[in-house]
Design a protein around this ligand. Sequence first.
Ligand code: FES
Ligand SMILES: [Fe+2]
Length: 447
Amino acid sequence: MANPHELIDDRPDEGVFRINRAMFDDPAIFELEMRHIFEGGWVFLGLESQVTNPHDYFTINIGRVPALIQRGGDGVLRGFVNSCPHKGARIAHAACGQARQFVCPYHSWTFDSAGRNKGIKWKQGGCYTPGFDNDSHDLAPLPAFGSYKGFVFGSVTADVPPLLDWLGETAKLLDLVANQSEEGVESVPGSVTFTYEGNWKLQLENCSDNYHFTSAHPSYIRLLERRKAAEDAASNSFTSAMQSQRHWSGEDDEIVGGTFSFPYGHVLNFGVGTPTPVSPLFERFDWLTETVGEAQRDWMFNMRNLTIFPNLQVAENAASQLRVIEPISTNRTRMRTWCIGPKGESPAARKQRIRQYEDFYNPSGMATPDDTVAYEDCQRGFAGKVEPWLQGYQRGMATRKQGSSPLADRIALKPAWSIEGNSRLCDETVYQSYYREWARRMAGALA
Ligand code: FES
Ligand SMILES: [Fe+2]
């Protein structure tokens, strides 16, 4: 097995940061990641809007641990390990649904929507001891569970910082999503799940990767150009929505975006946008000005890709996507994705949001397939370890600075590191934050 501490060549004083290819394809490293990262701390589980009514539930994996998130008959949202206390079978099998009770398919023990055991088949004839009777037969609750503005998180270890401490400044970035409506954020009905043949960290990195856009998505860019030529300049098109984002088309000296890094491996990359009617959020422009103020409003119209390490990504441009990264093995990853939007959005804006969402995202969209093919290409390339060190982590290193930046200051956001620059900068140091947190979490792995 590769030594996890030797997979990162981090020498800030010499201006060097490199990642060893074994980071992505060593099964023993994957095993340690599951134990120390996905099963060793907070992970994102879902949105409260997925479980609005009593008895609503959804299932998700926390690393390798199956979890059940359910709203009880009392209206309280709870998280459990989705495993029967009898012999361990999973009791919930669907991705989501509504159930007043679950009957375990193996020996029919039953549980209510608050996780309480409501029946043990043939209990009377079972000749159980008082020792058995004194045990709880309920589902095991997740040792840490909580939500912030409708974003639900959990952990299968109790040894975690309080949720708000762990989110830190990124709570303000979740506010930019949640505060788009007085009622908060919701997932649009329907979701898309797909897998790719590559390591989970390829998706982690790609969300923060501005450098690939013009290289990996030429057909999408050509299509935008064709549409632009064909459409009236004033039309409500996704073309103009994307082209109102200056992050990939700005003048050479113009500040068009950047990246922020936060403790615990959370990062944001962003592009400065212009509020225009082609954004489905534009109908709320005046309301947002009154309720959250100009600075937050303007930030809501910026292109923003937020990663809450290790598994939540919120991508906001002309439409908004919520992604959950679920590692399956070193070279296989499942993505669960949702279109999200402000609750109470008008039908016209919602329709516009969904059309723009379909245009760009998911296996049926015009960008995601380009990305997943690139991940699979990288994964194949990782087999070559003649030169093990990868060099894709150093753009921006000479300009990265500790602390805040003018655009962060506008919303009193305090990143640990920040970069602002032109459209050609395409900072890569933002990934260093992922791997420094990775190293911190893996620190005890060898012990
Ligand atoms: S494993 Fe659930 S009842 Fe036996
Ligand atoms: Fe992409």
